[in-house]
Ligand binder design. Structure first.
Ligand SMILES: *[C@@H]1O[C@H](CO)[C@@H](O)[C@H](O)[C@H]1NC(C)=O
Ligand SMILES: *[C@@H]1O[C@H](CO)[C@@H](O)[C@H](O)[C@H]1NC(C)=O
Ligand SMILES: *[C@@H]1O[C@H](CO)[C@@H](O)[C@H](O)[C@H]1NC(C)=O
Length: 329
């Protein structure tokens, strides 16, 4: 459109007013105008008009560019949450995060409430994967041993969470060949709750690890792991609300109870310790072995504790062999 309007207006437009001795208005009285001059002018004019065409084309492109940008000023404004999204998110503890993260996710705007369960799982999984990818990307940074240890724990925990979320998604995603109602497998409900809860615990553990350190790595990790716990919490709420029979009425705050019931370890035990305690003895490399028969490093638990290094940057594992230890402290 810019082409058609600008080009014809050129010869009779403002250009003419500024340059009266235009090629078209070249007065006949000039009996023998040097042809070269004329030619030069023509060339000059055509160059000028070409420049104008280019300029108008460029401005058209810029206009189009601006318009498409203005057309979608951030997906949040353009994409209104559907009724299903609003309803689903109203059940969560972080409804606006829920809405904002869902509307951006492919397929959410046409999804039913039922579909939104696996879509929120998937969306959360993608956030975790991204967080893992970007967190692992800063491992080249200089870190003192304590920070390094916290950092590496977080990476491992994130990896674990990605795994747990993938399994959860696998359980709730509609099976391709399955029945149309694509329903959630009842048998997996508890597993799914446990997996989701474990990713929540992982986030806590990761945060705990950075609790008494400061600096750039901590700040960067905080930024990269932003919203992850909230997203999982929302998944738990959405999942819990997705079937009215057994899980309805269990508020999301009670998720910990489930964790306690299904875990053999007490709740205060962090993920790392659970993992360690879950290992077979043969897989554990103990630093100090307590054994009454003298086959260990030391004979009493007290000696072992004294032997453990102070302010160590790594965990000291004391393995106490079976036996009855009666010690006076
Ligand atoms: C999860 O989302 C991704 C990206 O939108 C998609 O390719 C994938 O099929 C989804 N997975 C499931 C199980 O829905
Ligand atoms: C302690 O070590 C000795 C020799 O290495 C071995 O004969 C004995 O059975 C060990 N005792 C136990 C309880 O393992
Ligand atoms: C361990 O740390 C504490 C407090 O930071 C300090 O008082 C103590 O001297 C340290 N011990 C050793 C063996 O470095």
């Amino acid at each position: 459109m810019g082409y058609g309007r600008l080009e014809p207006s050129e010869p009779g437009g403002s250009l003419n007013a500024n340059q009266p001795d235009d090629a078209t208005s070249l007065p006949p009285p000039l009996s023998a105008p040097p042809p070269t001059r004329n030619k030069k002018k023509l060339i000059f004019l055509s160059v000028l008009s070409l420049a104008l065409i280019v300029a108008s084309a460029a401005s058209a492109v810029i206009l189009v560019g601006l318009r498409t940008r203005a057309g979608q000023p951030g997906p949040l404004l353009a994409r209104k949450p559907t009724q299903a999204i609003s309803k689903t998110c109203s059940k969560t503890l972080y409804p606006s995060l829920c809405v904002n993260s869902l509307v951006e996710f492919p397929g959410s705007l046409t999804a039913s409430e039922q579909d939104l369960v696996h879509i929120s799982f998937n969306m959360t999984l993608q956030h975790f994967s991204k967080a893992l990818y970007y967190s692992a990307g800063i491992s080249y940074l200089q870190m003192d041993p304590r920070v390094r240890s916290a950092f590496e724990d977080c990476i491992e925990l994130l990896d674990d969470s990605v795994d747990a979320l993938s399994r959860s998604l696998g359980s709730v995603a509609p099976t391709p060949g399955g029945a149309n109602n694509g329903n959630i497998n009842i048998f997996n409900r508890e597993d799914v709750m446990t997996w989701l809860s474990s990713s929540l615990t992982n986030q806590d553990t990761c945060t705990e690890g950075f609790a008494d350190v400061n600096g750039d790595v901590k700040n960067q990790m905080t930024e990269k792991l932003k919203d992850l716990s909230e997203l999982v919490s929302n998944c738990l709420a959405i999942f819990a609300a997705s079937e009215s029979d057994d899980f309805a009425g269990i508020p999301i705050q009670n998720k910990r109870r489930l964790l306690e019931e299904t875990d053999t370890f007490p709740r205060w035990l962090a993920k790392r310790e659970r993992r360690l305690l879950g290992l077979p003895v043969s897989a554990i490399q103990a630093d100090i072995i307590v054994s009454q028969d003298g086959n260990g490093t030391v004979k009493t638990i007290m000696e072992a504790i004294k032997k453990a290094p102070e302010n160590s940057t790594r965990r000291t594992i004391i393995y106490v062999r079976a036996g009855k230890y009666e010690e006076d402290n």
